[in-house]
Structure formats: structure tokens, C-alpha cells
Design a protein around this ligand. Structure first.
Ligand code: ZN
Length: 258
């Protein structure tokens, strides 16, 4: 064997390694940085997580770490805790959990407010009836959530509402370029027609006061998607019993496995 071989081989390996790093390198998170304290918080507060298999719990934790990496969570005039940050991240991870390959690309920061706010994003003064919103215009790539409302969404007694999930579903709806209540970024084509049909039937039911879905869902297709999703993810058993057809189509749409 020539001496050249021992020179050339390491060089070839080095070049191959460099090419691999440049072309195939993907940001990885360190699962070990997910602490037992965080796990305890999730088990206590997030029933979606508590019900997962041990393997899926690990994937949920990984998705949370990716979210923390991508999105800044800021308390506005308030100090925020690990629990607050975990509830924001859980709200993001839950609706996309059926799609391990998908991540949010349309948000940089979540602001947590001390309470509800008005159209001008003020927590003082008149008209403070907003619990959450996703920004547009100069607030693009920003979400605001009322911290008490975020917590209430994960508390059992307020089971059908979850403002965190509501707002992240709006982001999912927006991801395909059209805000229309049809999440085409992941919804398979064959489910669009049944989804629209069932959605409009249920909107009629809400208007006739013959539905237990939050009446806010009847204001538009966009709000129906978010409101029905809150209920679907917070209380899947009750949603399935009361709305079996909607449950079936949403289960397929979100690739939800119970
Ligand atoms: Zn909404």
C-alpha cells in the first residue's frame, strides 16, 4: 500500500465530513436539558401530555425545546415562570403534534400580559375584553396572550376553552397564505369538503342555540376552526360524544391518535 493512501484517505474523509456538515446539518436540541421539574409541571397541568405514551412524551419534550429555541416568550411588566413558558409552548406543540416534520415559521415572540387587553393592546382603560391575538401589520410574527387566560385554558374546570391553542391554530391557518379556517398546510385535500360541510352545519346549530360549542365560533370559518380545535384538544372524549362526525374529520385532519 502506498504512503499516499494514508494521506489521501483522511483528506477524503475530512472533505466528506465538511460536505455533510454543510448540506445535512440540522439544528439539534439537547433532550437532557429538559428537567424533571418541567416534566412534573407538564404532568400536572397539561392533560394532553399526561395521557401520552412514554415515547410520545419524549417527542413532546423535544418539540417544546425546539419551540423555546425558535420563539422568545416575554412577560410584559410581569415576571414569568417556567410553568408560564411551558404552557405557551404546550399550546403550540399540541395542535402540530401529529406532524413531527412541521414547525411554526410565522412567529418570533409571544408577549404575556397581566390580564385581558383592548384593541390598542392596553391592559388599562375601556374595552379590555381580548384574551389573546396574533399580530398583523407592525405586530407581524408576534402573539399576545393574557397570562391568567392562558392558565385557565389548562385548568380542568374551564375545559372547552384554551386561548393558547386558539391563537396557535390561527397561526397554522395563516401558514398556507390564506386565513380561511382551512388549514391547507397539512390538511389532505379529501377532507376539505367534509370539513366545510360539517363546519357550516355546526355554525347553523350554534346560531339556533343548539350546540355546546362556544358561540364565538359562529362568527366566521376562521374562528370556528380555532374554537372547535380548543374543544377538540382540551376535551376530546366529550367532543367525540357530542360531535362524532366533526370529531372524525378533525381527528384525520390533525392526525390525532387517542
Ligand atoms: Zn380567534
Amino acid at each position: 500500500m502506498s504512503a499516499n493512501f494514508f494521506v489521501v484517505l483522511p483528506l477524503v474523509l475530512l472533505v466528506a465530513l465538511l460536505v455533510w456538515r454543510i448540506w445535512f446539518y440540522e439544528k439539534k436540541v439537547d433532550l437532557k436539558s429538559f428537567t424533571q421539574k418541567w416534566r412534573d409541571i407538564l404532568n400536572k397541568k397539561v392533560s394532553f401530555y399526561a395521557d401520552l405514551s412514554p415515547r410520545d412524551k419524549l417527542r413532546f419534550e423535544e418539540e417544546i425545546l425546539y419551540f423555546f429555541d425558535d420563539v422568545t416568550i416575554t412577560g410584559v411588566k410581569i415576571k414569568i415562570s417556567d410553568t408560564d413558558r411551558l404552557l405557551v409552548a404546550s399550546s403550540a406543540v399540541i395542535p402540530l403534534f401529529g406532524f413531527p416534520e412541521l414547525r411554526y415559521r410565522n412567529i418570533n415572540e409571544v408577549l404575556l400580559y397581566e390580564g385581558s387587553f383592548n384593541e390598542d393592546n392596553q391592559t388599562q382603560g375601556k374595552g379590555r375584553n381580548i384574551l389573546g391575538k396574533v399580530g398583523s401589520g407592525n405586530m407581524n410574527r408576534l402573539m399576545i396572550l393574557s397570562l391568567p387566560a392562558l392558565h385557565a385554558g389548562f385548568a380542568n374546570e374551564n375545559s372547552k376553552s384554551n386561548v393558547g391553542i386558539h391563537e396557535f391554530v390561527h397561526l397554522i391557518d395563516m401558514a398556507d397564505g390564506a386565513v380561511d379556517g382551512i388549514p391547507e398546510s397539512f390538511m389532505q385535500k379529501q377532507y376539505v369538503a367534509p370539513w366545510l360541510k360539517l363546519m357550516h352545519q355546526e355554525i347553523d346549530n350554534i346560531r339556533e342555540r343548539d350546540s355546546d360549542i362556544n358561540p364565538y365560533g359562529a362568527t366566521s370559518q376562521v374562528e370556528f376552526l380555532s374554537v372547535a380545535s380548543e374543544y377538540f384538544f382540551n376535551k376530546p372524549d366529550i367532543f367525540q360524544r357530542k360531535h362524532p362526525e366533526l370529531y372524525d374529520v378533525m381527528k384525520k385532519m390533525y392526525r390525532y391518535s387517542s
